[in-house]
Design a protein around this ligand. Structure first.
Ligand code: ADP
Ligand code: MG
Length: 233
């Protein structure tokens, strides 16, 4: 699903440059649930943003679902991003003045799907994350855990090939974090490929494989005995 070879990325600020990713190699197969761990500043978000086509590497290759992701024009890149990828962020990134339902339905607008179908899909995915009764509420009327569920429904609505989550539990208390991980595990059980960036060990143990990043290099990449979140919620 994902093949990355010798990926490098530097940031340039005036005369200074910061070499953030220093030769990343890794593959993700369909159906995997992988966590990317590392301390703050180790390059986790930079890597996830490149995987999510929100940013581009300087050198190296990235193949996503058989497509070489390099020098794509913005229109094609946007189409692949829409079709292939779903994003979940620490801070939810919901639109404050739109209902939960409209937040979930919005990305489908850019795929040219009719309003009727957009709303029916959005309803379906809100139900899937347990928020059917909250569809007409604004984000400000929802708890942190509920907001993240809306964001997960939004990410799922376009049925992407890969879900990318950057510290999805970073703004949530422990119990709510585990509830969100229970949902993520359930989505992976159904076959969805998911990458989760985290710096929390207990969250990483709930995935099936941990990739450890340190100073822009992968220092460990191991399968783990998955801890099921259900036993904690
Ligand atoms: P992590 O997500 O692991 O905390 P990041 O990938 O966000 O790490 O950042 C890695 C390093 O790159 C940090 O030192 C950060 O300050 C720097 N960095 C990230 N984004 C930018 C940017 N747009 N411009 C300059 N430096 C950046
Ligand atoms: Mg980060």
């Amino acid at each position: 699903m994902i093949t990355i070879k010798d990926l490098h990325k530097s940031y340039h600020m005036g005369t200074n440059s910061l070499h953030v990713l220093k030769g990343i190699n890794f593959n993700v197969n369909e159906g995997e649930l992988v966590s990317i761990m590392g301390s703050s500043g180790s390059g986790k978000s930079t890597l996830l943003n490149i995987l999510g086509m929100l940013d581009e590497a300087d050198t190296g290759s990235y193949v996503l679902d058989g497509v070489q992701i390099k020098n794509l024009n913005e229109k094609i890149a946007a189409r692949y991003r829409n079709e292939f990828l779903g994003f979940i962020f620490q801070s939810f990134n919901l639109i404050n003045y739109k209902s939960a339902l409209d937040n979930v339905a919005l990305p489908l607008y850019y795929q040219g799907i009719s309003r009727k179908e957009r709303l029916s899909k959005a309803e379906h995915y809100l139900e899937k994350v347990g928020l059917a009764e909250w569809s007409h509420h604004l984000p400000s009327e929802l708890s942190g855990g509920q907001k993240q569920r809306v964001a997960i429904a939004r990410a799922l609505a376009s049925d992407p090939k890969v879900l990318l989550a950057d510290e999805p539990t970073g703004a949530l208390d422990t119990k709510t974090s585990y509830e969100v991980m229970e949902l993520i595990q359930g989505i992976n059980d159904e076959g969805k490929t998911i990458l989760v960036v985290t710096h929390e060990h207990d969250i990483a143990q709930m995935t099936k494989r941990i990739v450890n990043l340190k100073d822009g290099v992968i220092i460990d990449d191991s399968k783990v005995e998955q801890v099921r979140a259900t036993q904690y919620v």
